[in-house]
Design a protein around this ligand. Structure first.
Ligand code: PMV
Length: 320
């Protein structure tokens, strides 16, 4: 029997990470150069409820019943079952693969959830629409990360640039002119949950200071949305860089990320910042045809593990 499969892209946050947890807007874009994929193979001769999960990249080959209840895959499948009021799945093997770097600010957990939810609901004969997929993926993110804003699951589910405010339906941005970004892996993994928790605690300790920084980031996000929609992408760069300085203030950058940002700017990037939870993970640098090579070389000299070019393209989301 052919597999039922579904995939979901990675993502980057252009501006607004962390402040989005505290009610300010953020802009995120899908990155289709990296993908998570889930495939479901029916196993009609095995007893109902026997679900085998294979994820070779993390060396996992186990029955669903043997996974801890708080495992991402178990939570995602449980979310779909609950949605349909079911107790178990027909016997099957679910294979999960992903090329999205883990703990690097590229939404790997949300992308795996979205792919899994889509594949499993289709296997059940009731493919869910984006709204339902997004709602289940958000619940999974809450279980995995504690206090997510919902931006990751939204941009990944809808596979379009989003203007996102916590608790609201995502707005979509019509990008007029392409924006070229070098996504750069700093080489250090970082878990988002503790970074979000750290910001929360510092915010509680100094609410006025942190609220002022969050407001400034929110204003940058609004300006950036206008520039993307008007078609003035080159003016975006300085906003990215200013966002990075504000992320430094709220304590989520690292010396490595700062060094990469400086190297990119020194080599002619229009702007640069960390992206995602910080504390490691990825940064982005906005480049042009003319500066791409020099910025990439400078990033590699400054310690980047790897870089890849992604283009926020008009109407089509991202292209590799
Ligand atoms: O590290 P990532 O890719 O999961 O990005 C998280 C973005 C935060 O704003 C830090 C958290 C959130 O839930 O919005």
């Amino acid at each position: 029997m052919p597999a039922i499969s579904a995939s979901a892209p990675g993502k980057i946050i252009l501006l607004g990470e962390h402040s989005v947890v505290h009610g300010r807007p953020a802009i995120a874009v899908p990155v289709s150069a990296v993908q998570a994929r889930a495939a479901v193979f029916a196993n009609p001769i095995a007893p109902t409820g026997q679900v085998r999960i294979q994820a070779p990249a993390i060396d996992l080959d186990a029955f669903l019943t043997d996974l801890p209840a708080d495992h991402l895959f178990a939570i995602g499948i449980q979310g779909v079952l609950e949605h349909f009021g079911l107790n178990q799945l027909p016997a099957c093997t679910i294979r999960i693969q992903s090329t999205i770097p883990i703990a690097a600010g590229m939404g790997s957990s949300a992308a795996v959830s979205v792919a899994l939810i889509r594949a499993v609901s289709t296997f059940l004969g009731h493919p869910l629409d984006n709204e339902a997929v997004n709602a289940i993926a958000f619940k999974v993110e809450q279980r995995i990360h504690g206090n997510p804003s919902g931006v990751d699951n939204s941009v990944i589910t809808y596979n379009q640039p989003v203007y996102f405010i916590r608790g609201q339906e995502p707005g979509f941005i019509t990008v007029r002119e392409p924006v070229q970004l070098l996504v750069t892996d700093s080489g250090t993994a970082a878990a988002t949950g503790p970074m979000v928790e750290g910001v929360k605690q510092r915010h509680q300790a100094s609410p006025h200071e942190y609220d002022a920084w969050f407001d400034r980031i929110g204003a940058l996000v609004d300006k950036a949305r206008d520039l993307l929609e008007i078609g003035l992408p080159d003016a975006l760069g300085p906003l990215l860089t200013e966002n990075h300085f504000l992320l430094q203030k709220i304590g989520v950058s690292t010396p490595e990320l700062d060094r990469l940002v400086e190297a990119a700017l020194g080599a002619g990037a229009l702007g640069a910042k960390l992206t995602g939870g910080g504390g490691g993970g990825n940064m982005i640098a906005q480049v042009t045809e003319g500066t791409h090579d020099s910025v990439k070389a400078a990033l590699l000299v400054a310690g980047a593990r790897m870089t890849w070019l992604t283009v926020v393209a008009p109407h089509r989301g991202q292209t590799p």
